[in-house]
Design a binder for this molecule. Structure first.
Ligand SMILES: [Zn+2]
Length: 408
């Protein structure tokens, strides 16, 4: 089912007396006395701020059900690799179509309600590869989320054939995708779970399709050690040397990169995405070298997509590591520039011609959300789908998922 075509919307006036007009999915004016087109739908913004929608620059929609009572791992993990092996690599192995659909609809709904209008996702479900990106795209289109999707190819369960299938899913999706507001990327899990041949194949695929890569890089020291064992200076150098990072690619984390390596990423037109809560939670360290680039954006890495919470956490962590607040603000705003490169158009600041992804919030909560001119949250309620039904589906699927995880 095609989404409803965007209406002419007038939001405001907000607490600073400004109103915003959206027509055809884009902002046509933003100011004190905008000309109001006939038949426009009015959206109240009294005592609120009108601001660009939030961009979550790196996340994992597949982890959407985790807040619904995922049992703690036994025995408790003591390092990054054990966290992956006992939590996330078990969760992704246990995903089937039904569980993924429930995760996606739940995560996307809660993200929109929190004012996130774009998700840049990195997906893995090794026992449900073919068609998995359609499940995510369908949820995004149904609920009205803008998204960049990829399958993170890996060899960690079934070797080269597993990676081949992961890349084939990216290719199929990029070629076939017709979902409104959704684009496809090529994905690799990380340097340390793929062979040289898989990196070369992924880079070739990017060049054939004109697509960008999305990959985890130097999240933990184990990624660096692995690349060195394979004869490279590090995972970044390995990915570059094997042709796996075409211009504009997206590199999550970079915790264990130095300033020179971070500048090399920026010089190649690529992005780094910092994930402060996840980095801290996984005990992988803080990435001080990211200050060497302006091409850095912020993600939640599978945590709920509450960007204000993530930003507050980043401010606190950055201050502890001596980073100026202005640099952190620029990093949080980086997601809008990144979204512009992926989807086309200007995402911030809101001005005539910019993309109509807009959030209206008061001091307590998100009141209105518009994505590409489509109203998806009205008066703090999801209107693009039935939230009660989404929650019921999530509550039904979550225990099934925990059972399958326990049996692995
Ligand atoms: Zn991640």
């Amino acid at each position: 089912m095609a989404p409803p075509s965007p209406a002419v919307l007038v939001l405001g006036p907000d607490s600073s007396g400004r109103s915003l007009v959206i027509d055809g999915g884009n902002v046509v004016s933003f100011g004190d006395r905008p000309a109001e087109p006939d038949g426009a739908e009015r959206i109240d913004a009294a005592d609120c701020r009108i601001e660009p929608g939030g961009v979550n620059a790196h996340t994992h929609i597949y982890s959407g059900l985790a807040p619904l009572g995922m049992p703690p791992p036994q025995p408790p993990p003591e390092n990054f690799l054990q966290i992956l092996e006992r939590v996330w690599w078990r969760l992704d192995l246990a995903l089937d179509r039904e569980a993924l659909r429930a995760s996606a609809r739940y995560y996307v709904a809660e993200s929109l309600l929190a004012g996130t209008t774009t998700l840049i996702d990195h997906h893995e479900s090794p026992r449900f590869i073919e068609g998995s990106l359609d499940v995510l795209a369908d949820a995004c289109e149904e609920l009205g989320m803008r998204a960049a999707l990829c399958f993170g190819a890996t060899e960690r369960n079934d070797g080269r054939e597993e990676a081949r299938r992961g890349l084939a899913e990216c290719e199929r999706f990029i070629r076939d995708n017709q979902s409104e507001g959704v684009v496809g990327l090529v994905g690799l899990h990380a340097s340390f779970t793929v062979s040289d041949d898989t990196i070369r194949a992924a880079g070739d695929l990017c060049r054939r399709l004109g697509a960008k890569m999305h990959v985890h890089v130097a999240e933990d020291g184990c990624d660096v050690e692995d690349a060195r064992r394979r004869g490279f200076d590090g995972p970044l150098e390995r990915l570059f040397e094997l042709g796996g990072l075409p211009r504009g690619s997206l590199l999550a984390h970079g915790v264990h990169l130095n300033a020179e390596q971070v500048r090399r990423v920026a010089d190649a037109g690529c992005w780094l995405m910092q994930n402060p809560r996840s980095n801290h939670g996984n005990g992988v360290g803080y990435p001080p070298a990211l200050a060497a680039s302006e091409r850095v954006a912020m993600g939640t890495d599978g945590y709920p997509s509450e960007l204000e919470v993530e930003a507050a956490y980043l401010h606190q962590q950055a201050a502890e590591h001596g980073e100026p607040a202005a640099a952190v603000e620029a990093r949080i705003a980086g997601g809008h520039t990144l979204a512009g490169e992926l989807f086309g158009g200007e995402f911030a600041p809101l001005a005539p011609g910019s993309v109509g992804d807009v959030v209206v919030r008061d001091h307590r909560r998100v009141r209105q959300v518009v994505v590409g001119g489509r109203r998806v949250v009205e008066d703090a309620r999801l209107v693009s789908a039935d939230l009660d039904e989404i929650h019921a589906e999530a509550r039904e699927q979550a225990p099934r998922l925990w059972e399958r995880m326990a049996s692995l």
